[in-house]
Design a binder for this molecule. Sequence first.
Ligand code: FAD
Length: 474
Amino acid sequence: HLSLVWFRSDLRVNDNTALSVAASRGPVVGVFLGSRTQWRQHGHGPNKISFWLRGAAALGESLAKLNIPLLYRNTEHFDDAPETLLTLARELGAEALHFNREYPLNEWHRDEAVIEYFHRSGLKAHAHRDSVAFSPGELLTGKGDFYSVFTPFSRAWSRMVDASRLEVLDAPARQQTLEISSDPPPAVLGADAPETQASIERRWPAGEEEAANRLARFLEQRARRYAEDRDYPAIQGTSELSPYLSLGMISWRQCMQAVLTINQGHLRDGDAGLTAWVNELIWREFYQHVCWGFPKVCRGRAFQQHTEGLEWRDAPNDLAAWCEGRTGYPIVDAAMRQLTTTGWMHNRLRMVVAMFLSKHLLIDWRHGEAFFMEHLIDGDFAANNGGWQWAASTGTDAAPWFRIFNPTTQSQRFDAEGHFIAEWLPELAELPPRMRHSPSTDLVTDAEYPQPIIEHKTARQRALDAFKSLTRAD
Ligand code: FAD
């Protein structure tokens, strides 16, 4: 009863539902499909793609310890997956294919095509629920609709989650050696890779061992202060596990179990830091339900239909200034440099820069969403789209359109000493801390640091007018 296990964004051997089920039925061979063209079409840039391939290589090492071979195949497009997998299953004499479900639209369609192709050919294909506690559709409002507001979703989640949904599965036992050898891992970096790329790779080592160590360090050193520290980008107050969660080098269940262990068996009570952190993991699941329940968001559409009528500005120079971190708002520029230098940005700053682009510059949030995807090492369709539509006030549970963050006030509140600004904008590091939030022309010349590309009050009024002129139809 040989099974083929198809790994995608679940690059781990511990607590992997598809792998465990397959291994409980007999010997297993793993397969990973590199789909570079499709990944590029989904907007992923080199940071994420390299992390994906490095993760696949690390997975190959973990699987080798269990005598499970891992094969790599290239399928430029998702459309090639059914044929490639079926051919491989036939070559190996495998009876069944197992994989863990993914919920964005294209991934869903790819998987349905694979299941159908296998069934038509007389082979079994099993899709497992793994990346979420509840399959989309299992948690619905009293009226039977998908939740579009987070708080009632999280209440329902907390009420319904039970021990079986939180159970962490062991890695399968070592199997007997098969007559099939693993493929060499895919090449990741060209010799001419730029230095930033190499430094990003050093900053984010791939694999489940690294992920487990990060979780342990976070829980030991920072988690109990998470509620107080999580909003301050100069403090390392969050877990920095997002790249690992997005490619499944660690599971959300492993995170929750670790919390249960140190929080007297509670997820939603007890230590304030730990419960706040659990809440963020539920946000992660919420957005996966949103993208399945409201597939128009996967087609580039706003969740709130009437906001499609917004007259976004076509302003390529302003967009370029935002991308390159020269808007003249130090907190925005420092954050954008953090993103392009490290492949990651602090959550508070993701909200600040996303609101700045969509409100102050009145530039279509889809440009920002794409730029984030291109650079983020944790780029995740559901979370990224959810975050952008929140900031642009077009989404589920979105920020009310009239509440527009003042970037300078945000900077004064969340980076009061200007430490974060000084770290990313060395040209402002010599200024007294309190002057770093909005440096005046007598402190820095235009050549050293630009003046704001737009004045806050004017920009705010322009955004309010644009939103006011919309007529609600939905
Ligand atoms: P922690 O604070 O330690 O949180 C733990 C985990 O919970 C995270 O690793 C993540 O998996 C999940 N999580 C936390 N906040 C959110 C949230 N708001 N929505 C969904 N999941 C969450 N997160 C991504 O993983 N990928 C993205 O592409 C992404 N794009 C975003 C874009 C915008 C505009 C905004 C506002 C947020 C985005 N987020 C995204 C959510 C959030 O900013 C990151 O998950 C978080 O900053 C990652 O850091 P961390 O691992 O230290 O998080």
